[in-house]
Structures are given as structure tokens and as C-alpha cells.
Design a protein around this ligand. Sequence first.
Ligand SMILES: [Fe+2]
Ligand SMILES: [Fe+2]
Length: 191
Amino acid sequence: MLRSSTHPRWADVSRRNLEALLSDHLHCERKAAENALSLVRRYPGPQPFVEALSRLAHEETSHIVQVSVLIAERGLAVRQDAPNHYARGLFALLRPREPDHRVDALLCAALIEARSHERLQLLARGFAEDGDQRLADFYRALGNAEERHAELFVELAETVAPKAEVAARLEELACAEAAILAGLPFAARVH
Ligand SMILES: [Fe+2]
Ligand SMILES: [Fe+2]
């Protein structure tokens, strides 16, 4: 789904600043839950759509709890959320008219999940090399969940518009996502 790969140095920068990384990660999980529920607010039907997004919000909320436990275990503090230029750049691409807006909102969410999956897997590998098995296992488990979420968002988009149309738009947005990410500096954050 992604049209670029994260630079290998990103994972090194992020692993070296665990408090910043975990704080950003906690806020990412919170925003994933909030975004799923805001889609339910904007589109309160049909029932399977509401159910899938509500269950997803529930799972993301459980991820917030897991990250917060890990932060406490390490004796770290959760920092305030910082502006996310990545998500802002993506959401600026949403077409205004329906059902295009809904399709784009779902596909941008899919791309954010796919990027999270890629990066959490990189962290899992890096922490395994560092010999930190707790963090390696943690990031592997959460990374797998984000992969499922990326697929779910594409499937939901396919309930709103024809498959071929969704695939073409996903390609466009995936190129835009890669360009947005390429314009941002490396930082100890998920994205
Ligand atoms: Fe999550
Ligand atoms: Fe997710």
C-alpha cells in the first residue's frame, strides 16, 4: 500500500529518545480512536460500518492503555501532544463532496495505519537487536494490529465506492503520503 520506505536512521533516532517516542505513540493511539469515533459521528450508518469503526476505536483505546503501562514501567512521563504535520498534510487532501470525502477519509486512515505498521515493525526489529525483548514484543504485537486496521479501512472504502475507483484513489493518496513524509525531518515520533 505504501509508496516509500522509512529511512533506516529513523528507527535509531526514535529508539534513542524513548520518552518522546512513547509519548507520541500514546497520542497516536488516542487520535486513532478519536478518528474512528469521529467517522461514526459523521457517518452513523450503515450498521456494519458503525460496528467496525466502534470496535476499532475500542482496540485503539486498549493500545493507549498498553502504551501508558509501558511508559510507567520505564519510569517515564507522558508529554503533551505536539502538532502532527503528517496527518494534517494528509487530511488536507480530502475531496469536499460526498461520497468522495468519505472514501478519502477512510483511505487516509488506511495509509496512516499502514505507515504505523511499517514503523512499529522497524522498532520491533531495532529493539530486538538492542536486546530489549519487552519492547520488541510490544511493538511486534501492535504493528500487526495496525496492519489489520489498514486493510479494514480499505474494505470500508470499498463499501462506499466501486473497487477500481478506490484502488485508483488509494494510489494517488499513497504517492501524496510518501511526498509529505519525505518533506518532514526525522524525529522521535511514530510519524
Ligand atoms: Fe493502534
Ligand atoms: Fe490502528
